[in-house]
Design a protein around this ligand. Sequence first.
Ligand code: FNR
Length: 416
Amino acid sequence: AYQLEIYGQFNPPRYPTDPTQWEALARRSVPSPNFMYVWGSATTGATCRANLKAFESRKIIPRMLVNARVKSTEVEILGRKYSSPLICAPVGVQSIMNPDGEEATAKACANLGIPYILSTASTRSIEQIAQASGDGDRWYQLYWPRTDEIAVSLLDRAWENGYHTLVITLDTFQLGYRPGDLDNCYLPFIWGQGCQIGFSDPVFQRLYAEGAYNDPTKPGSVFDLLSRASNPFQACKLLYNALTIKKSLAWVSEISGATYRTWSDLPRLKQHWPGKILLKGIQSVDDAKKAAQMEGVIDGIIVSNHGGRQVDGAIASLDALDMIMSDETVKNSHLTVLFDSGIRTGSDAMKALALGAQGVLIGRPMMWGLAMGGEAGVEHVFRCLRADLELNMALAGITNISDLNRDILAFDASSK
Ligand code: FNR
């Protein structure tokens, strides 16, 4: 079906169909610091490179004379049927790629039936995106606030607005060391834009008005964060538009709250969320096993290293998936396992699915689509990836996602 969408057209496509061209076009479409924020990763970029290399080191072994007339990329994730395993990753501050920001990506996903995960660091509110996505399938990603009352308020807003699955991101309770952003002194501006969920939250508004973030003795207070502006250029930028910056730093200190969290805090969060819960950022077998032990609280994990943006020199996310899905306890558990970090093509998606992921999240490629052409650009990227996945599967002799397993993969150590 998706192959016809791509080949059945008589007009040349508006945007390139070669995935490697999307990044190049995005680079030309937005100001350099904005592009760098999305492109960038931790310190040396080693984790990001490892993510990509891990895909290269696994090769697909095609099978022939398989009746490939009927093809399906349909999957079931957490009890819901989707026409493809592609999911929109939660990505913050999307308006730095296109003024329509999260509204454009949410609409594109709704048009295609792709689950949309709204980030807590969005440039639109929970309510605005619920409206933009309409009947679309939507999930909510939580950066876990320090203040429980705010966490509960965010969860209530998300649930009331039709977000049915909660993704708790565990790997970003503070930002990684990202030289590109440090050199640009750009983060306060990025943060300022990614605060709409916080600024629109009634509990945060009340606490802010009451001066809850003015106590210089509290770690993570506005003063604490401002005192780190040692670079004069950055200090000038901080003073510029001080009110927004002050408020956004207050919000950032809130969502750095997971710094203080441990596994034992999860059941408390579950009391406020009637839907499914996924933990995002799992990379170790032990952590996956811990999640597996929490049946009734945790429904699944997203194996992810945040696109290599957090820990430098870390394990490739695909290698982590391989290890986690080789563990009998995890394999036989109730957990739904999703994957992200490094997927750029249909073949990449296929490899992650073959290693046991039930669905895959797309991060940067979706942002390149947003920069290329807003809603239409995001749709284009997802359409291309869907068609690429469907064709690649069929040509390798796999006609259903459920037929994908690790037997179709060979390990090519030379490309490591
Ligand atoms: C992210 N990611 C992310 N994750 C999350 O849980 N909440 C967030 O707000 C963000 N924000 C964000 C911004 C930008 C610019 C990027 C590139 C990424 C991580 C994202 O969900 C996903 O894990 C990675 O993007 C996957 O890696 P690839 O596909 O970009 O290689």
